[in-house]
Design a protein. Structure first.
Length: 270
């Protein structure tokens, strides 16, 4: 069943007063030193009282923070104190309030995963980057793929499959040779992982209103797990994925190096 298309990602929202800041940090030494220094300079209020949440760490912390404060209306600004930092801004201690007042804010909508396991239990989770299905044993998975109630692949033999958002298109999806999507694109990437049959199938680009259904064939013999970002469900038998029409998160980037520019740079790097 099709759902109404949500509005595209936007960058037209700025905080009214980015002066009440809540800092969160990962467990690395660099992040701990950063939160102490920044708290001394700018104060550190409770998240519920903050205008902006500042995340200090890497992309993993940013994803955790986005999940924790989804639909709170509070924008999240990351500064890199981790290893990758694609979702983060450069770490600098000076003029933070000024940077925040000029930053672009992008609205992102997560994927909604509904998974049925072999015991008949229904699991639900949100994914900002991607939903991935992966084989659990040495045997390849056998999957039947439908889009909007129409069967598209009667049998996909593979290591797994990914449904990625534009935000996640440069993560696991890119490692699996999937396409990089502009952040404002109303698209999802459907990308196979090591497809054996049909061997030449490289995936598909779907409108973001599409609903993807995946049935696991021979689920007991060839078990498959489903993951929504960091949430994993083992031994699933049927999975439905679609972009949320109601849940959203807000992520901030410095105006001179926004997400569109980062993704465009990635497109010309590979």
């Amino acid at each position: 069943m099709n759902q109404a298309s949500p509005p595209p990602a936007s960058t037209d929202f700025t905080p009214v007063s980015p002066e009440k800041l809540a800092f969160v940090a990962s467990e690395t030494d660099d992040a701990k030193r950063a939160i102490e220094a920044l708290s001394n300079l700018y104060g550190n209020v409770a998240v519920k009282d903050a205008d902006v949440i500042v995340a200090l760490g890497g992309d993993g912390l940013m994803l955790q923070t986005l999940h924790a404060h989804m639909s709170s209306g509070k924008p999240i600004y990351g500064m890199n104190r981790g290893s990758v930092g694609f979702l983060m801004n450069e770490y600098r201690e000076d003029e933070l309030v000024e940077r925040l007042s000029k930053a672009d804010i992008t609205t992102i909508r997560p994927l909604e995963l509904t998974a049925l396991d072999e015991n008949g239990n229904v699991h639900e989770a949100l994914a900002i980057n991607e939903v991935s299905l992966l084989r659990q044993t040495s045997q390849a998975a056998r999957l039947k793929v439908s889009v909007d109630d129409r069967m598209r692949l009667e049998e996909l033999v593979c290591d797994g499959i990914i449904v990625a958002t534009p935000a996640g298109s440069t993560a696991y999806n890119l490692s699996a040779h999937g396409p990089i999507l502009p952040i404002s694109a109303q698209l999802l990437a459907l990308t196979p992982i090591s497809a054996f049959r049909p061997r030449r199938w490289r995936g598909a680009l779907l409108p973001n209103r599409a609903q993807v259904e995946i049935e696991i064939l021979e689920a007991k013999k060839r078990p498959v797990s489903a993951s929504a970002d960091h949430t994993e469900i083992r031994r699933v038998t049927h999975v439905t994925v679609r972009e949320s029409a109601t849940v959203q998160g807000l992520i901030m980037f410095d105006s001179d190096h926004g997400w569109d520019e980062r993704i465009l740079t990635e497109m010309f790097r590979y």
